[in-house]
Design a protein around this ligand. Structure first.
Ligand code: GDP
Ligand code: ZN
Length: 458
């Protein structure tokens, strides 16, 4: 059990008018009281907020005007005493306050250490802790909702129910073996065991089916805009970025600095792939060649293929159609304001069942329909998609796959008539694997690794 008091700035750097320095641990209130001029913080009620000043203990000078929240254990996020010092004065003042707090006896928290304490003190389970991290990184409201639900314990409850089912069958087999003389306990049969494992198998499979959407919500739908030069790729990208607030992230250290741009299209985060390429050279195909662009396309979840309504279909267009044959494609026929020269029947034939959207980007026409089509490829007609429990975490997906395999081993064993006390081994393994999702019996080094991915101050 950790006993020191940790601190960090818990609001995003450089953003917002208010910044918060958070402390957690047994000395949180005492340390705060030492550098606070106002009420005696040792005496105030829990979960109250107080106006006062932060004093530099070295010089006795007033550093900042603040509001201080006192929250005593155990009804706090970490289940320890928590103090939050609200500073309104930007980066300089909050850093100053943090410095003073550190000088007064708190230790700088490691990334994710607050959440780690919440987990270690039993306040949240591991899948909830991971949801905190997803929440910090969420790029759209919908992604945020998924994270919030997971934090709320939705996935945990589901997993716990499944484990409970398995545990009951295991206990049942145990009783049959240990107390064969108990006539009033029905003998567990292969049929009963199969029924239970089938049930859990179905639920696990269902969860795994949400992984695609979960991954997209988490990482964005990798989207490539392709087409011949001059058809309107840049215009399309600008329209998407303009209509939807773009989030730009630079990833340094890659061979060529890839600039990723996220746009939020009706709750679906699109990650526009290779936008630097489109911006700089105006043409991805010309720049890297058809072969190489095929590779880029393979990594995309969604292809936006742009054609020119005012131009005849070329061999290059046909090649692009070939390259994207079995992919998730939306065909965009742009420049419908021009006189038609494009053979639409030919386009429809090449397009097969992919949606075709017509636009005149220069007049900002057709963007709405395009956004609809994009959202449809994600939700696939599901009405209450916002209410689903998605699995979005790579670790969870991996464990669910393992659980599914273990269940299938059990099912195969039963089919071959293997005795139940042997089948039990696979069922027990399933139970353990599911436990790892919520952090029961997880290895200590894994815990460190997981929490080290967090932002500072969470
Ligand atoms: P890219 O080379 O595929 O990226 O094409 P751009 O987006 O750079 O557009 C090439 C040219 O076509 C620019 O001059 C655009 O203004 C123009 N353009 C884009 N959309 C339309 C449209 O809907 N109608 C017309 N007439 N011109 C357009
Ligand atoms: Zn362009």
């Amino acid at each position: 059990m950790e006993t020191d008091t940790i601190t960090a700035i818990s609001t995003p750097m450089g953003e917002g008018a208010i910044a918060i320095v958070r402390l957690s641990g047994p000395e949180a209130v005492a340390i705060s009281d030492r550098l606070f001029r106002g009420k005696d913080l040792n005496l105030v009620d829990s979960h109250t907020m107080h106006y006062g000043k932060i004093i530099d203990p070295d010089t006795g000078e007033m550093a900042e005007e603040v509001m201080v929240s006192i929250m005593r254990a155990p009804k706090t996020f970490t289940r320890e005493d928590i103090v939050e010092i609200n500073c309104h004065g930007g980066l300089v003042s909050v850093n100053r306050v943090l410095e003073i707090v550190l000088e007064t006896g708190a230790r700088l928290a490691e990334p994710g250490e607050f959440t780690k304490r919440a987990f270690l003190n039993g306040r949240i389970d591991l899948s909830q802790a991971e949801a905190v991290m997803d929440l910090i990184r969420a790029k759209t409201d919908r992604a945020m909702n998924v994270a919030l639900k997971q934090m709320d314990g939705r996935l945990s409850h589901l997993i716990q129910d499944l484990r409970q089912k398995l545990l009951e069958t295991l206990a049942h087999v145990e009783v049959n073996i240990d107390y064969p003389e108990y006539d009033d306990v029905e003998e567990m049969s292969h049929e009963m065991m199969k029924e239970k494992t089938d049930e859990v198998h179905r639920e696990v499979t269902k969860l795994l089916e949400t992984a695609r959407q979960g991954k997209i919500l988490r990482e964005g739908l990798a989207t490539a805009i392709i087409g011949r030069p001059n058809v309107g790729k840049s215009s399309l990208m600008n329209a998407l970025v303009h209509e939807n607030k773009a989030i730009v992230t630079e990833i340094p250290g890659t061979t060529r600095d890839v600039i990723e741009e996220y746009v939020n299209v009706r709750g679906v985060p699109l990650r526009l792939v290779d936008t630097a390429g489109i911006r700089e050279t105006e043409d991805i195909v010309e720049r890297i060649g058809v072969e190489r662009s095929r590779q880029v396309l393979k990594e995309a979840d969604l292809i936006l293929l742009v054609l020119n309504y005012g131009d005849e279909l070329t061999e290059e267009d046909e090649k692009l159609f070939e390259a994207i044959d079995d992919m998730n494609v939306i065909v965009i026929v742009n420049k419908t304001d021009l006189e038609q020269r494009l053979d639409i029947d030919r386009v429809k034939a090449l397009t097969a069942e992919h949606p075709v959207i017509t636009t005149a980007l220069i007049r900002e026409e057709g963007i709405d329909q395009l956004e609809h089509a994009i959202a449809d490829t994600f939700f696939e007609g599901e009405l209450d998609a916002g209410d689903m429990t998605y699995v979005s975490n790579v670790r969870h997906v991996q464990l669910l796959k393992q659980a599914k395999e273990a269940l299938e081993d059990a099912q195969n064993g039963m089919e071959m008539g293997v005795p139940l006390d042997v089948v039990q081994i696979d069922v027990t393994r399933t139970w353990e694997i599911l436990g790892e999702i919520i952090g029961e019996a997880v290895h200590e080094s894994l815990i460190d690794q997981l929490f080290s991915q967090f932002c500072l101050g969470k």
